[in-house]
Design a protein around this ligand. Structure first.
Ligand code: SF4
Length: 383
């Protein structure tokens, strides 16, 4: 089930916590779009060994994901242009998921109606919070009212598969307000939620403000409390906690992200996008002007690393442990061999004893307590 990811590196405003690749200048948008079309052509064969071919010699893909940046900043006609170029070389399998990341301020009825005429069938809306103080702290461009209205507009225009991004752990968000945010999601009957703990990444505006004492530091205990509140509230409301940061109603899990976690090959296009085929990982340069200049010279602007057996094992542990299914001993034995399985069983034993891991027959997964320490436990299991 290979997929394609497309990175749109433009935003209207810089959020203070963000360390994704983006620019707030639209000066190079037309050049970028031209080069993206060219990159699609240049890299059409990357997935060829892993994807079925149609009678017309096109590669079948199961997911297509527009991320960023803010893909919804593009005009619908520009998105249609990209989709047309994709469909020159790829075909969507029936039931394929086509996601567009969108900011609430872009989701007007007019834009959504136009989007409904394209193959986009899933929206991932960057709401982050319904609280004014939070949105200011994060330097988000939209208001709480726009956040709610965007979801209502999406339903009104016929979108059903909607995901909302939320952030918790901000100093401006007390537990009652966090419950309010979660209740707003359940009241709006949004079927999928991705919720991330605020992390202070180096070189972001937030990290500078904290260093200068201009804003409060993020408190880990506060974030842990909100993580537990979220699990309790969303699970009681019928969501499955299928990955540490992801909750979905049955039938609404993110197919694209599930593919990442299952190690399925994908092609990443646009500046900073990653590609993976099981043997190598490639990443495009995180600089839009340099991306444009290299593509214009006919070069693919990426670096590459070989994935060793040890690296592949560690990546499997890292991603699968975060899911509700956990790590499969059978898969470790089949794909990495008995030496890795022995290592895994030895390192997992102390966490099985202290209750951070659960032995679920073939699968070893995180307990409720273990979910709070997922990264540390995964690193203990690494080869
Ligand atoms: S809209 Fe998204 S990508 Fe753009 S600055 Fe904000 S968090 Fe970063």
């Amino acid at each position: 089930m290979p997929g394609v990811y497309i990175h749109i590196p433009f935003c209207r405003q810089a959020c203070h916590y963000c360390n994704f690749h983006f620019t707030v200048s639209l000066k190079h948008k037309q050049d970028f779009l031209q080069c993206l079309h060219e990159e699609i052509r240049l890299r059409q064969d990357f997935l060829a060994p892993y994807a079925e071919k149609t009678k017309n010699n096109k590669l079948l893909i199961d997911t297509l994901y527009f991320g960023g940046g803010t893909p919804s900043i593009l005009k619908v006609s520009e998105l249609i242009g990209i989709l047309r170029q994709i469909y020159e070389f790829f075909e969507l399998r029936s039931g394929a998921e086509v996601t567009l990341e969108a900011n609430p301020d872009d989701l007007t009825i007019e834009k959504l109606m136009a989007l409904r005429q394209t193959s986009v069938n899933r929206l991932s809306v960057g709401i982050q919070s319904f609280q004014y103080a939070d949105l200011q702290y994060l330097n988000r461009i939209h208001s709480p009212a726009q956040a709610k209205q965007s979801i209502k507009n999406a339903y009104k225009t016929g979108f059903k598969n909607i995901s909302v991004d939320l952030i918790y752990g901000t100093p401006t968000l007390d537990n009652d307000k966090w419950r309010d945010n979660l209740h707003t999601i359940t009241d709006l009957a949004v079927p999928h939620v991705s919720a991330y703990c605020l992390t202070v990444e180096p070189k972001t505006t937030l990290s500078v403000f904290i260093k200068r004492g201009q804003t409060e530091q993020v408190n880990e205990d506060h974030a842990c409390d909100q993580f537990e509140i979220m699990i309790d509230l969303l699970v009681k409301s019928g969501y499955e906690h299928y990955e540490i940061s992801n909750f979905g109603k049955q039938g609404y899990f993110s197919k694209h992200n599930l593919s990442y976690w299952q190690g399925i090959p994908y092609l990443g296009l646009g500046p900073s996008a990653h590609s993976y085929n099981g043997k190598t990982r490639q990443w495009n340069i995180s600089n839009t002007t340099e991306y444009i200049s290299r593509i214009k010279k006919g070069l693919i602007p990426c670096e590459k690393e070989k994935i060793t057996a040890r690296k592949a094992f560690n990546e499997y542990i890292m991603t699968s442990l975060r899911t509700q299914w956990g790590c499969s001993k059978d898969k470790i034995n089949r794909e990495f061999g008995s030496r890795f399985l022995k290592h895994f069983e030895k390192e997992a034993s102390s966490h099985l004893e202290n209750g951070l891991l659960i032995d679920n027959q073939d699968n070893i997964k995180l307990s409720g307590k273990g979910k709070l320490l997922a990264d540390k436990i995964a690193s203990d299991l690494f080869a």
